[in-house]
Design a protein around this ligand. Structure first.
Ligand code: RTP
Ligand code: MG
Length: 143
């Protein structure tokens, strides 16, 4: 999910470009204004953390772009492409490392495990919003 700061800074295309160029397959994409209920459910695991309130306020403050990417090892590879949570520690070449300076404005969220991804996809998308397609490029990406 490109967070409100990423959308406001016009980095949506850059984020999509990085995932597309890597070879992952886009199966869901939408811009949305997140409800408080969805934001709280999404970040439920951080409910007791001191930053929970401000994080939820931030996520609902302006539109985000939610997306679903498919491919071998996509969850862990995506987190590498995204970079460390704190953009100041994130490696150059990662999205957060190249574009961010503050942990509360780290541009993008990525699911941290397959189970979390499944949970988040069902929270954010309905089935008819997900494309079921086989790109013809696939044999050039996977042997
Ligand atoms: P995300 O869930 O957004 O992909 O980020 P992450 O896994 O790298 O980081 P996580 O530990 O899940 O934290 C979720 C988001 O909360 C904000 N945060 N603020 N002020 C703080 O100390 C602090 N710690 C975390 C960040 O925006 C982080 O992405
Ligand atoms: Mg996380």
């Amino acid at each position: 999910m490109v967070k409100p700061d990423g959308v406001q800074r016009a980095l949506v295309g850059e984020v999509i470009r990085r995932f597309e160029s890597k070879g992952f397959i886009l199966v869901g994409l939408k811009m949305m204004q997140v409800s408080r209920e969805l934001a709280e459910k999404h970040y439920e695991v951080h409910k007791e953390r001191p930053f929970f309130g401000s994080l939820v306020e931030f996520i609902i403050s302006a539109p985000v772009v939610a997306m679903v990417w498919e491919g071998d090892g996509v969850v862990s590879a995506a987190r590498k492409i995204i970079g460390a949570t704190n953009p100041l520690s994130a490696e150059p070449g990662t999205i957060r490392g190249d574009y961010g300076v503050n942990i509360g404005r780290n541009l993008i969220h990525g699911s941290d495990a397959l189970e979390t991804a499944a949970r988040e996809i069902s929270l954010w998308f309905s089935n008819d919003e997900l494309a079921n397609w086989e790109p013809t490029i696939k044999p050039w990406l996977y042997e």
